[in-house]
Write a protein that binds this ligand. Structure first.
Ligand code: NAP
Ligand code: HSE
Length: 439
């Protein structure tokens, strides 16, 4: 058997330490064990898992490894000279950041799945890696098993990126897909997503759009080659969406998705994550379940689409093990390598108030003469032009009707001002929702 032959003929070894062995770490350990022959073949050296940092050494894991590999002391890993690559899959900003920087400082290469750390600290991490002439790869930090980080760093490097439009949170896409097709309630679907290992340890990050904002910050930083931090990304989650929004959107020819969008406008960047109405015939509207998709528009290539699994143990391990192979080849060949990420000093980030797009409003108002005129006038005074005005159900107890309004292009600034004016009208009981339209 060739695998057997290979194992005994490879003389070099690449030592791996893993920080964390939860959903992702267990998938990585499984892949390293089950594919050891093929990895050896790809790298030209045996890959050897030497140590795994966890909080609780006694905990049952979904993939079993030798008990003596577990440690709860990071310094043990740092001091070992037989560890070439530190794979960080513990999550959270701290102590993960300190561990990554310490590993780089000690001359070890790093592979990480940590979007929060990369979104907030990429320049410091790149600088530490350069200083020590080691590599840091982070494919799994965006879109799980779907390659997009490496294509942006390498294959599209000749391009100027014009815009990125993406579905990059599997949990929310899974929730929105099921809410839309099964009229199922939000909390039940979230539980399913957690059981399937898609959700973050704290699902607030998923449903409030924070996880997608981290990922958009990483993609924008690579695409625009200047640091775009998570705090530069406008962020609104999916918790205000109701079954009615899905029903009305569907009737109007739209799907609702949590979109992450960044564009370069007159030398500045605008980056935002929010639920959006997207025409059903657009490609991103058809991306369902835990799948992710990233559409990148560039000057040379035009539009490219990356589509595939965005979360889960094994898809994510695919990205991490690919990074290990990539670095392992350098280690085995003793070749120095610098990643081609050169960031310029800074780029100006636009406020969400400057956004120009179309909008959907759902509101409840008294069903009596003159109501539409008052709402129409509040919109007109804010220079917002209506493209359609539909009256939906009537609530006899409250004496209110539900109104759905679609606008032509307007600025976010004027929309926020109009919504405030509409809310103050005596005839308006409640503003149900406002959703931006993706054009
Ligand atoms: P997880 O299941 O919660 O696992 C985290 C692991 O890290 C656990 O084994 C935990 O140890 C260990 N850990 C956490 N804090 C630690 C500390 N301070 N010291 C030592 N060990 C610590 O998380 P996950 O879903 O695998 O996610 C890991 C990373 O991958 C995160 O950055 C996440 O954003 C990213 N990611 C996840 C997915 C996904 O589909 N889940 C996809 C792409 C990227 P114990 O087990 O002993 O508690
Ligand atoms: N919680 C994340 C998601 C995991 O649902 O997309 C992958 O980063």
């Amino acid at each position: 058997n060739f695998g057997w032959f290979l194992r005994y003929t490879l003389t070099k070894s690449v030592g791996i330490a893993m920080l964390g062995m939860g959903v992702v770490g267990s998938g990585v350990a499984r892949a390293l064990s089950q594919k050891s022959d093929s990895l050896g073949n790809q790298i030209g050296a045996n890959v050897c898992l030497k140590s795994v940092l966890v909080r609780d050494k006694t905990k049952q894991r979904s993939f079993e490894i030798a008990q003596n590999l577990f440690t709860d002391n990071f310094n043990e890993i740092l001091e070992r000279t037989d560890i070439d690559i530190v794979v960080e899959v513990m999550g959270g900003e701290r102590p993960a950041l300190e561990f990554i920087l310490a590993a780089l400082e000690s001359g070890k290469h790093v592979v990480t799945a940590n979007k929060e750390v990369m979104a907030k600290h990429a320049p410091d991490i790149f600088a530490a890696a350069r200083r020590k002439d080691v590599r840091v790869l982070f494919e799994a930090s965006v879109a799980g098993g779907t390659p997009v980080v490496s294509p942006l760093m390498r294959d599209l490097v000749a391009n100027e990126v014009v815009s990125i439009k993406a579905i990059i949170n599997g949990t929310t896409n899974y929730i929105l897909t099921r809410m839309s097709s099964e009229q199922i309630d939000y909390k039940t679907v979230l539980k399913d997503a957690q059981n399937l290992g898609y959700a973050e340890p704290d699902p607030t990050n998923d449903v409030e759009g924070i996880d997608a904002a981290y990922k958009l910050a990483i993609l924008s930083t690579l695409g625009f080659r200047a640091q775009v931090k998570d705090s530069d990304v406008f962020c609104e989650g999916i918790t205000s969406l109701s079954a009615k929004d899905f029903q009305y959107a569907d009737e109007l020819g739209y799907a609702i998705k949590l979109l992450a969008i960044s564009s370069r406008i007159n030398g500045e960047v605008q980056a935002r994550v929010h639920p959006a109405l997207i025409e059903k015939d657009q490609m991103l509207a058809k991306v369902d379940g835990v799948l992710n998709a990233i559409e990148i528009e560039t000057d040379l290539t035009g539009r490219v689409l990356f589509h595939g699994p965005g979360a889960g143990s094994m898809p994510t391990s695919s990205a991490i093990v690919a990074d290990i192979i990539n670095i392992g080849r350098n280690v085995a060949g003793n070749a120095a390598y610098l990643d081609p990420v050169r960031l310029s000093e800074s780029i100006k980030v636009q406020s969400i108030s400057d956004l120009q797009t179309k909008y959907y409003f759902r509101l409840e108002a008294k069903d009596e003469p003159g109501v539409l005129a008052q709402i129409g006038s509040a919109l007109a005074l804010n220079k917002i032009s209506i493209s359609s005005f539909i009256q939906k159900g009537f609530d006899p107890e409250q004496g209110t009707a539900e109104l759905v309004i679609m606008t032509h292009q307007a600025t976010e600034r004027s929309v926020q001002s109009a919504l405030k004016d509409i809310k103050d009208l005596d005839v308006v009981a409640r503003i149900g929702n406002m959703i931006r339209v993706s054009e």
